[in-house]
Design a protein around this ligand. Structure first.
Ligand code: UDP
Ligand code: MG
Length: 235
């Protein structure tokens, strides 16, 4: 089974078009699937819409937080609810293209995580620049070479997400966290589209400073990681 996990915070106008793009792509795979919509405390009517969709289609599942807890919390809840052996993540705002899902799944043939790389980013200039800087600083502090860690379109083998112990903001470090556990990570070029409805949930400043603090936390974790092999073990 494939589980698609989608964090949703006040995206009411995107929900219907998202399903009308996503469901045909998933149906065409001819593999059982579920779509786990993690409603991160929406207050704009997204919740009622999601409830209706989940009532009319058993494959669509709706989880709702009492309050807005953040995108990492939403991913975490989705991972815990997911039944699939493969887990796909993507944003609800149509910026990720569901037609790229087969591509990231295919990339798991030789990897444990396939990360979308928005090589032609369709965001405001300020966001593109701040994201470039953030990726550069993160890569430097964490000795990484990931081009685009902020792209939500990713595919994970189940064993990867089972190893994650997440904290706020760490969804930006999924590839690094996976590598720290010995998993293979690849990047796959994906489409990126302009946000059509609603507003971005992140400003430039809140993202940059928090992500920098988080990169230091990850650096500490990388240095302190526990690795051991047994010469002898209880038999
Ligand atoms: N999101 C969420 N909780 C939050 C912030 C964002 O679930 O506190 C969701 C949001 O609804 C969207 C995805 O995370 O589906 C990415 O958010 P956004 O599009 O605002 O980020 P950007 O594309 O601007 O980086
Ligand atoms: Mg977006």
């Amino acid at each position: 089974m494939i589980s698609v996990v989608i964090p949703i915070y006040n995206e009411k106008d995107s929900i219907e078009p998202l399903f009308s793009e996503l469901l045909p792509v998933m149906n065409a795979l001819e593999v059982p699937y579920e779509v786990i919509c993690v409603d991160d405390g929406s207050s704009d009517g997204s919740s009622d819409l999601l409830k209706n969709f989940s009532k009319s289609d058993a494959k669509i599942k709706h989880i709702k937080f009492k309050t807005n807890c953040g995108q990492t919390a939403a991913f975490d809840a989705g991972f815990r609810a997911a039944k699939g052996g493969i887990i796909i993540t993507l944003d609800a705002d149509l910026q990720n293209d569901p037609n790229d899902i087969p591509k990231v799944i295919e990339a798991l043939e030789h990897a444990d995580v396939a990360c979308g790389w928005r090589w032609k980013r369709n965001d405001p200039v300020i966001k593109k620049i701040s994201s470039k800087i953030a990726n550069g600083v993160r890569n430097w502090l964490n000795q990484e070479d990931i081009k685009d860690t902020g792209c939500s379109l990713k595919a994970f083998r189940r064993s990867v997400v089972e190893r994650f112990k997440l904290y706020k903001g760490l969804h930006r470090f999924f590839p690094t966290l996976a590598k720290m556990e010995g998993f293979r990570v690849v990047e796959v070029k994906v489409n990126h589209r302009e946000r059509q409805f609603g507003i971005s949930k992140y400003g430039v400043t809140n993202r940059i400073f928090r992500a920098l603090a988080d990169a230091f936390a990850i650096r500490w974790m990388q240095k302190r990681i526990i690795r051991y092999e047994f010469e002898e073990n209880i038999s």
